[in-house]
Structure formats: C-alpha cells, structure tokens
Design a protein around this ligand. Sequence first.
Ligand SMILES: [Zn+2]
Length: 83
Amino acid sequence: MTTTYELRAEHRPAEVGRRVRRWHIAHTHRLKGWCGRLLDPVSDVRPITHAPVVEQALRCPDCWRLFAAGRAFPPWSAGNRAS
Ligand SMILES: [Zn+2]
C-alpha cells in the first residue's frame, strides 16, 4: 500500500520565520486538510507515519478524529463510502 497521505502544517507568523500553529492530515499533493481547511502550498510537510507522535496541542482535532476512526477518505471526498 502506498502512502497517499501526509501531514501539512498550518503556520502562523513568528518573530523569526514562522511557527507551526497546527498540523493537518491531507492527501499527498492536495492542499485541503481532512477537516476541509485549505492549506498553504509552501507549508511544512511530514510523513503520515508521524501522525501518532505529533504533539497533542498541535493536532487538528477534526483531522485526527478521522485518522483515529481509520477513514480512508475525508467526508468531503467524492470517494467517501458511507457507513
Ligand atoms: Zn485539519
């Protein structure tokens, strides 16, 4: 199985550079998180395998709820299977 998801950062300006406000889960090469938020094309990216070790405070609650539920697709995806 190929990894088709990744973690994408939502940034906020900082004194120097930028800081991560929150991590979202998104499909690779898509700029929309599972929660539906549009993400910056130049945001930081981490592999989806890092999802369990992301600091609790920096997790997008909606994205992680779907991740924990083992959903293969976010609710807004056309490929979503209802059940
Ligand atoms: Zn999110």
